[in-house]
Design a protein around this ligand. Structure first.
Ligand code: SF4
Ligand code: SF4
Length: 405
């Protein structure tokens, strides 16, 4: 990875035209000039020239970014802002003393402990049918304010869309795929793995699971490369058998796994990056139809391509609803949602309102963090007939069947 100084020319290329303001979700929700690329480049220019130095405050401004890349796609100078911010944050971690709060926020052990607690909490919710009670009183809870909205958000994770009912095809398979589940699916959305296995039960692919750690997306985005490379090393140790693919159903995991080769010299990292594919790749040739007519819309994660939308559009029996800003950031981006809660909730709320206005039944997406973002937005709005945010594979497994030729 390049050092901040090596981006000097690119930072200088910013003409201060301000066009990035019109696409930056954080700027639109906060109207803070430091949130937009132009504002951050002003600060980084000062640092590169030696007129400013890294402080916690500078890091706070750099953290005002979901990493959505919208500014890169829109910038007339084609500046890769996210990459530059990551290099700047990596420098911050090298130079500055990290505060106790930052250590806590960066603790991987604590992150896993939180996921484990969430999993236990969600299971208890289901066991005692609290999810149904909360769903019943959802409208009133939202009106009570912050705590009520957070309860509704938590409860949205407890609601199971799908119970697996597949029969595993035990015949010899032509290819071996190692399944990279991702931590949200592993601890919270376990139905996603069941859905993927059901959809691909008849394919010629043997699925193998390993005990992977988190892909490291939030450490990479945060520029905390020490923690990120530690996770790469743990994950590549799991690759002790032959395999044809690493498959993942999470757009963010896919994006990060493909970058492992850039942060590690181990040949296994290069192999992992080269063999990583999305499960949507395996579904491109399969046709599905719904069990009943359904209105669906999509949310395109910032790190996914538009390919999965074609799969959705090709499902027989759906009415595809084109929703405004379907490809704009959902506002939930790891640590960003914790550090900038109000902005994150505002971005998610605007997204959710668009889907409610479009009167769709489902919002289909391919990233577990985006599911949280969409549910966070839906938990901000009290109304009848809200759509359900759902993972693409869970939607197919529950509501569709393959069309046989
Ligand atoms: S759009 Fe690009 S060139 Fe224009 S202000 Fe933003 S970062 Fe600078
Ligand atoms: S990557 Fe997205 S959130 Fe970050 S500055 Fe660019 S447009 Fe704003």
């Amino acid at each position: 990875m390049k050092k901040l100084k090596e981006y000097e020319e690119e930072v200088y290329k910013c003409s201060r035209c301000g066009l990035c303001q019109s696409v930056c979700p954080v700027y639109k929700a906060s109207l803070n000039e430091c949130a937009v690329s132009r504002g951050k480049f002003n600060i980084l220019n000062g640092i590169i020239k030696g007129e400013l130095s890294f402080t916690k405050r500078v890091k706070t401004y750099l953290d005002l970014c979901t990493g959505c890349n919208a500014c890169k796609d829109f910038c007339p100078s084609n500046i890769n802002a996210k990459e530059i911010f990551t290099a700047a944050k990596a420098e911050y971690y090298n130079i500055c003393k990290i505060s106790f709060t930052e250590r806590i926020l960066n603790s991987y052990t604590l992150f896993k402990l939180l996921l484990l607690c969430a999993r236990i909490g969600l299971r208890l919710c289901r066991l005692f049918k609290l999810d149904k009670v909360v769903k019943y009183f959802e409208k009133y809870l939202i009106k009570t304010g912050y705590i009520g909205k957070r309860i509704v958000l938590f409860n949205s994770l407890a609601i199971k869309h799908f119970k697996p009912g597949y029969k595993k095809n035990e015949g010899k398979k032509a290819k071996t795929a190692i399944y990279f589940e991702g931590c949200f699916n592993k601890y919270i959305n376990s139905e996603t793995k069941d859905a993927v296995v059901q959809i691909l039960a008849d394919s010629d692919i043997e699925f193998v699971t390993k005990n992977f750690e988190c892909c490291g997306v939030s450490y990479l985005n945060d520029g905390n490369l020490k923690k990120f490379t530690a996770l790469i090393n743990k994950n590549i140790k799991q690759l002790n058998t032959d395999f044809d693919y690493i498959v993942t159903d999470c757009a963010s995991c896919e994006d990060v796994l493909k970058q492992y080769k850039d942060y590690s010299n181990d040949n296994k990292s290069a192999e992992l990056s080269a063999k990583t594919i999305s499960i949507t790749e395996l579904l491109k040739s399969v046709k599905f139809k719904t069990l009943k007519p359904l209105k669906v819309s999509v949310h395109k994660p910032c790190h996914d391509s538009y390919d999965f939308i074609e799969i959705v559009k090709n499902i027989e029996g759906i009415k595809f609803i084109q929703t405004e800003d379907f490809d704009k950031c959902c506002g939930f981006s790891g640590k960003f949602a914790l550090q900038n809660q109000e902005i994150s909730r505002e971005i998610s709320k605007q997204k959710a309102q668009n889907y409610i206005n479009s009167a769709t039944d489902f919002i289909i997406t391919t990233c577990p963090a985006c599911l949280l973002g969409l549910n966070q937005g839906l938990a901000e709005i009290s109304c009848n007939n809200k759509p359900s945010a759902i993972n693409l594979f869970v939607f197919i497994a529950k509501y569709c069947r393959p069309v046989k030729d």
